[in-house]
Ligand binder design. Structure first.
Ligand code: SF4
Length: 667
C-alpha cells in the first residue's frame, strides 16, 4: 500500500478494464486488442451487482498468498461454465483501474473480493455505487473509489485532487484514505504523525451501543465521553477471535507490516478457533482444496504459538465448537466491545456487549494495536412484549423482523437493540438467536438488554467469574436516547411460525393464521435434508426444541421420514455434553437422525448438511440461504421446531405440540 498523491492522475502506460455486459468486449480488452474510453460506453453497458462470490468464490478464500488471490480474481464470474476473466488475466493485464456499473461488491463481507483487485495492481475502482462493506474493504486496502464522471475526467488527462476521493467520509476515514489504507494509517497514528479529530459531542442521552463506544474512547477524559451517530472515534477493543478461514491472512499481514517478531495486545482476551472447515473433507467438491485448507490450519497454529492467544483448536479432528457459541459461553462480557473475523460475531450481543465482524486487515490492525477506528452507528430499537406461543421461537421472530424491517432497509448498518419486558421471557440462548441474525438484517450488530437471567447464565457458564463487575459494566439505553431507525413494538404472543423462501432470509412467509400450517402458503414442499445446527441453532435450547419434537415422534412410533437425512450438529462441545447427559442423544439416534461432531461448515458449503444436486430441497435452522451458498439445491430457512417436525413428515411442516400423537399430521 502506498500513499496516494495529492493530485490523482492516470499512470502513462497503465490500462483500464471495463467490465462490460458484452463478453466479447471484455475478452478483447483482456487480450490486449482493445482499450476503451468512458465516452465510448453508457453506464448501462457495464456489469451491475457484481457480488463478492463472483469476485472470489469460497475456494479462492482458501488462499492467503496475495499472488494466488490475484491469480484467481473474478473466478466466479462465469458464463456457460467459462470464466469471463481467465486465470492471471487481471494480474497480468497491466490494469490500474477497473470499471463496473451499479452496486459493486454486494453479497458476503469477504475481504478477498477487494484484495483480488488490489493485489492485481488496481488502485482505482470505478462504479456507480459500492456495497458498504466492500467499500470499507477497499478503503482499508488503499483502493480509491470514484464514479464514471471521475473516470471521464481522468481519461481527459485531468489531475483530480485527492480531496474529491475523500469527500463525504467521516474525518478518520478521510485520514485512512489519505494515508493509503489502514496499515499505513495505524502506523502513522502510532508514530504520532496523525492528529486525531477532536470529539466535541456534548452530554446527551445515549443508546446501548453509543454508551459502550463512549466508554471505550481512546484519549478522551472519562467525564467527557459522549458520542452520537456519525462521530469518527478511536476505541479500545476488549477482545476478539478468528478462525481457520481467516487467521492465516492476519498472521501474514502482521508479519509483513511489523516484522516476524510482531506482538499483539492482551492475547488472553483473543482466540483462534478451528470450526469452519473442520469437516470439509465430507463434501466431495471441497476435497481438491484440502491441501490448501491444511495450510490454513498450519498458519493458524503458527499464529497461535507466536501470539499466545487462546487456543480452541480441534482435538483428534473434533472442533471444540463454533467460535461465536464458545465466545458467548466463555469470553464475551456485558459492556465489552468485541471484534472478530466473521459476520456472526454479532451473536455476542446477547451478553449485552457490542460485537461485530471485521475483515482480516482490520482485525490484524486492532489485535496489534489494541484499538480500532469506528464511525458511531445509528440504532434501531425493538421493544418486545408478551411471550412467544409454544410453537414459535426466536428464529421465527427474526424471520418476521427480516421481512418487516430489514427488507425495506430499516435495519441497514444500524445497531438493533432488543429491550422491553418480552426480553425476560426469552432464554439467553433465544436472545443469542436475535443478536446472531442481526447480520442477516444487514445491521451493524444486535444487542440485548441485560436482566437477572443474563447474570445467572454468565455465572453458571463461568464459575468463579466476577459477576459484580459484569453487573457494573452492563448497559441500558438512557431515557430520551435517539433511534434513527425508530422504536418498534413487537408483541411476541402475536407471532407465528415462519419459513424463508430459498434465496434470501428476508423472504419470510408466515404459517396460515387459520390453521397454523404452511401448506396453503408454500404448497406441499417435500424435503431431502433437514439440518439442525450452526451458530444460530446449535445451542442448548435449540437442542431442547429438536428433542421436544423428536421425543414426541419417537414415542408415537415414528422415525425420520424415508428419503430424508436429518443432521444434528451441536454448536459446542459443552452443548454436546448436555445432550449426552440428558439422554437426548439416545432419542435422536432412535429417531434415525445423524449426529455429527460440534462445529459448522454447512452454511458455507464446507460441511455435512450441504446439498449435492440442484433438485435437492433442504429445510435448515441456519441463518442464511443465499443461492448456491450451501450447495446447489433449494434451502428453506425455518425454526428448530419446524426443521425437526419436517424431518419426520418429509415435507415442510409447522410444529404444534402433540401433533405426532394425532393422525393425520397437518403440514
Ligand atoms: S452458520 Fe456456521 S459457517 Fe455460517 S457463520 Fe455461523 S458458524 Fe460460520
Amino acid at each position: 500500500m502506498s500513499r496516494p498523491p495529492a493530485i490523482v492522475r492516470l499512470t502513462p502506460g497503465k490500462r483500464i478494464l471495463f467490465l462490460t455486459k458484452e463478453p466479447e468486449l471484455l475478452r478483447r480488452q483482456l487480450a490486449g486488442e482493445l482499450d476503451l474510453r468512458m465516452e465510448d460506453l453508457a453506464v448501462d453497458d457495464l456489469l451491475d451487482d457484481i457480488n463478492t462470490d463472483a469476485m472470489t468464490p469460497a475456494w479462492v478464500c482458501f488462499d492467503w498468498d496475495p499472488n494466488e488471490i490475484a491469480k484467481n480474481a473474478y473466478a466466479g464470474l462465469v458464463v456457460d461454465g467459462q470464466r469471463l476473466i481467465p486465470e492471471r488475466a487481471l494480474l497480468d493485464g497491466n490494469f490500474e483501474v477497473i470499471v463496473s456499473g451499479l452496486r459493486k461488491g454486494v453479497g458476503s463481507s469477504r475481504e478477498t473480493a477487494a484484495q483480488c483487485e488490489a493485489y492485481s495492481g488496481i488502485r482505482i475502482a470505478i462504479a456507480a455505487s459500492f456495497a458498504p462493506i466492500h467499500a470499507r474493504n477497499n478503503i482499508n486496502l488503499g483502493t480509491l473509489m470514484g464514479d464514471h464522471e471521475v473516470l471521464r475526467r481522468l481519461q481527459a488527462g485531468e489531475g483530480i485532487p485527492l480531496a474529491e476521493f475523500t469527500r463525504g467520509y467521516d474525518a478518520i476515514t478521510r485520514q485512512v484514505i489519505e494515508w493509503g489504507g489502514l496499515f499505513p494509517y495505524s502506523k502513522a497514528l502510532a508514530e504520532g504523525k496523525v492528529a486525531l479529530p477532536q470529539l466535541s459531542t456534548p452530554p446527551r442521552p445515549m443508546t446501548m451501543a453509543e454508551k459502550i463506544l463512549a466508554r471505550h474512547l481512546v484519549g478522551v477524559e472519562a467525564g467527557e465521553r459522549h458520542v452520537q451517530p456519525g462521530d469518527p472515534v478511536v476505541v479500545r477493543v476488549d477482545g476478539g477471535y478468528s478462525h481457520e478461514f481467516t487467521t492465516a491472512q492476519v498472521h501474514a499481514f502482521l508479519a509483513e507490516e511489523h516484522g516476524p517478531d510482531y506482538t499483539v495486545q492482551n492475547p488472553e482476551r483473543f482466540a483462534v478457533f478451528e470450526d469452519h472447515l473442520i469437516y470439509a473433507d465430507e463434501v466431495a467438491r471441497m476435497r481438491p482444496h484440502l491441501p490448501k485448507i491444511e495450510v490454513l490450519r498450519e498458519m493458524q497454529r503458527k499464529f497461535q504459538e507466536h501470539t499466545g492467544v487462546r487456543d480452541f483448536s480441534a482435538e483428534n479432528g473434533v472442533s471444540p465448537g463454533i467460535c461465536h457459541e464458545v465466545a458467548r459461553e466463555q469470553m464475551v462480557e456485558p459492556g465489552d466491545f468485541i471484534q472478530a473475523t466473521d459476520s456472526h460475531t454479532c451473536m455476542g450481543g446477547a451478553n449485552n456487549a457490542l460485537t461485530w465482524g471485521v475483515g482480516a486487515t482490520e482485525y490484524a490492525a486492532l489485535i496489534q494495536s489494541g484499538f480500532t477506528m469506528v464511525e458511531v452507528p445509528e440504532s434501531i430499537r425493538f421493544e418486545l412484549s408478551g411471550r412467544l406461543p409454544p410453537n414459535v421461537t426466536a428464529k421465527d421472530l427474526m424471520l418476521h423482523i427480516l421481512l418487516r424491517y430489514a427488507r425495506p432497509q430499516q435495519t441497514l448498518n444500524r445497531v438493533m437493540e432488543f429491550t422491553g419486558p418480552g426480553v425476560s421471557t426469552l432464554s439467553m440462548d433465544e436472545r443469542a438467536t436475535l443478536a446472531n441474525m442481526a447480520t442477516e438484517c444487514t445491521a451493524r450488530s444486535g444487542i440485548v438488554l441485560a436482566d437477572e437471567e443474563t447474570f445467572k447464565w454468565l455465572a453458571a457458564w463461568r464459575p468463579g467469574a466476577d459477576v459484580a463487575r459484569m453487573r457494573a459494566r452492563a448497559v441500558a439505553p438512557d431515557d430520551g436516547a435517539e433511534y434513527a431507525g425508530g422504536v418498534h413494538a413487537i408483541d411476541l404472543s402475536a407471532l407465528e411460525p415462519m419459513v424463508a423462501d430459498p434465496g434470501d432470509p428476508d423472504r419470510g412467509i408466515p404459517s396460515d393464521p387459520t390453521n397454523g400450517a404452511f401448506v396453503s402458503q408454500i404448497g406441499d414442499v417435500r424435503i431431502d435434508i433437514a439440518y439442525a445446527g450452526s451458530c444460530t441453532a446449535g445451542k442448548i435450547d435449540d437442542m431442547l426444541f429438536y428433542h421436544q419434537v423428536a421425543k414426541e415422534a419417537v414415542d408415537a412410533g415414528l422415525r425420520v421420514a424415508p428419503g430424508v437425512e436429518f443432521i444434528l450438529q451441536c454448536g459446542s462441545a459443552a452443548v454436546e455434553r448436555f445432550i449426552r447427559e440428558h439422554g437426548f442423544y439416545e432419542t435422536f439416534r432412535q429417531a434415525g437422525a445423524r449426529i455429527i461432531p460440534p462445529g459448522c461448515g454447512a452454511c458455507i458449503g464446507c460441511g455435512p448438511g450441504v446439498s449435492d444436486t440442484a433438485d435437492q430441497v433442504t429445510v435448515s435452522a441456519i441463518n442464511r440461504n443465499y443461492k448456491g451458498r450451501s450447495g446447489p439445491g433449494k434451502l428453506w430457512l425455518a425454526s428448530p421446531l419446524t426443521v425437526a417436525a419436517s424431518a419426520f413428515t418429509g415435507r415442510i411442516t409447522a410444529y404444534t405440540p402433540g401433533m405426532f400423537a394425532r393422525r393425520p399430521v397437518a403440514v
